[in-house]
Design a protein around this ligand. Structure first.
Ligand SMILES: NC(=O)c1ccc[n+]([C@@H]2O[C@H](COP(=O)([O-])OP(=O)(O)OC[C@H]3O[C@@H](n4cnc5c(N)ncnc54)[C@H](OP(=O)(O)O)[C@@H]3O)[C@@H](O)[C@H]2O)c1
Length: 352
């Protein structure tokens, strides 16, 4: 790799305010992203060199940059950003990895990364299975698909005949969560904002879609779910959670996956007494607390993907330079489906 340049996206400065436990905005700004450069490293004994091909900007980027108390420390200023990466092994001194293998993990955002077989969190690198495109390793088989599977399968537990409501249904996680509920035999209603995102949700096979911008959301949900909602998979929080709370069936389960409506500051939720009135439960989950469940989830998701039972909605930005805008697009509701950035050509495209 003599002469090759290892481009990096680094943390240029810590965001001013905001964080999971503060009242400020969670949104990152463009000046938090700074360019860096390093030499391409040579793998030592037991190491592999990964050529990154795809980055997955994700709402979790704010968590990586700011840190989450008790979970991750903030990334130090000047160090490479972290996030989902899919790439190819281009040199290996590791017995489990061969040149050409497709791999994903939470890695530093640079062209080339050394690994001892684990990622930034010490979790083993994930192999992209044969017959699955590299980018699907980040989408359906990555955090996105696994959050959808964990939340829907372990908490929502939809049964045939249930009515399932998904907020953020045009987003990375929501778009897959709804499809998983349909595979379980439920009738699935998605919530999205605007006609284009509603069309995307419809194209993924949801039974009904509600445009959150088209009227009184609680009334629109009541029209689509006259017998109430058995499972609400929530990515948005705020007014969408409040509207869903007014439409729960008895014994309903609410799955708290995320809260995109809170990106710009706290948004009140006032109808929680409906949990008591409907004997309902509300539980959240954090992806990184469920590492032991990932292999089973990946197997299920890979089977569904290979058999065409899950459709991926990818929103692709091209080029290394587009990384900050792609990351910010998520916080501004400008992305639809799984946002990915192709930073380089796949060196083994023909064997993918
Ligand atoms: N629990 C976990 O372990 C875990 C792990 C990863 C991510 N998450 C969280 O899960 C949530 C969904 O993640 P994702 O990857 O699916 O995100 P995403 O692709 O950005 O989708 C989120 C959707 O939320 C909707 N939205 C509603 N209000 C919004 C607002 N004010 N700003 C931006 N978007 C808004 C957008 O759709 P419309 O424009 O159609 O409304 C958007 O498509 C996020 O809150 C994320 O932080 C949780």
């Amino acid at each position: 790799m003599t002469g090759a340049i290892n481009r990096q996206w680094c943390v240029a400065r810590q965001p001013d305010a905001g964080g999971l436990t503060s009242s400020g905005s969670l949104k990152l700004t463009a000046d938090v992203f700074g360019r860096g450069q390093a030499d391409v490293p040579e793998p030592g004994p037991g190491q592999v060199l990964i050529r990154a091909v795809w980055f997955s900007p994700d709402p979790m980027n704010h968590a990586w940059v700011r840190g989450i108390p008790g979970k991750f420390d903030p990334i130090p200023v000047g160090s490479p950003m972290r996030g989902g990466v899919a790439g190819r092994i281009v040199a290996s001194n590791h017995p489990d990895w061969q040149v050409g293998d497709g791999v994903t993990g939470f890695l530093e955002w640079q062209d080339y990364t050394l690994s001892d077989g684990t990622d930034c969190l010490g979790v083993p690198l994930q192999r992209v299975p044969a017959g699955v495109p590299l980018e699907s390793g980040l989408a359906t088989l990555g955090m996105t698909g696994l959050c959808a599977w964990l939340g829907m399968t372990d908490i929502g537990k939809p049964k045939p005949g249930d009515t399932v409501l998904v907020s953020g249904a045009s987003g990375a996680i929501g778009s897959i969560a709804g499809q998983i509920a349909r595979l379980a035999g439920a009738r699935v209603i998605g919530i999205a904002r605007g006609p284009a995102k509603c069309d995307l949700v419809r194209s993924l096979g949801f039974d009904a879609v509600i445009d959150a911008l088209s009227g009184d959301l609680a009334a629109l949900i009541a029209q689509e779910a006259p017998n109430g909602v058995d499972v609400f998979f929530d990515n948005v929080g705020g007014p969408q959670l409040d509207a869903a709370l007014l439409n729960l069936a008895h014994g309903a389960r609410i799955v708290i996956c995320g809260a995109t409506a809170h990106y710009n500051g706290p948004t009140p939720v006032t109808n929680h007494l409906m949990l008591a009135m409907r004997g309902a439960s509300m539980s959240g989950f954090f992806y990184f607390d469920h590492v032991a469940r990932w292999p089973e989830g990946r197997r299920r998701l890979a089977d569904w993907l290979r058999n065409g039972l899950i459709r991926e909605a990818l929103d692709i930005s091209e080029g290394f330079d587009s990384v900050p805008d792609a990351a910010l697009a998520q916080f501004e509701g400008r992305s639809a489906g799984r946002k990915l950035v192709r930073i380089a050509e796949d060196p083994c495209a023909q064997s993918a």
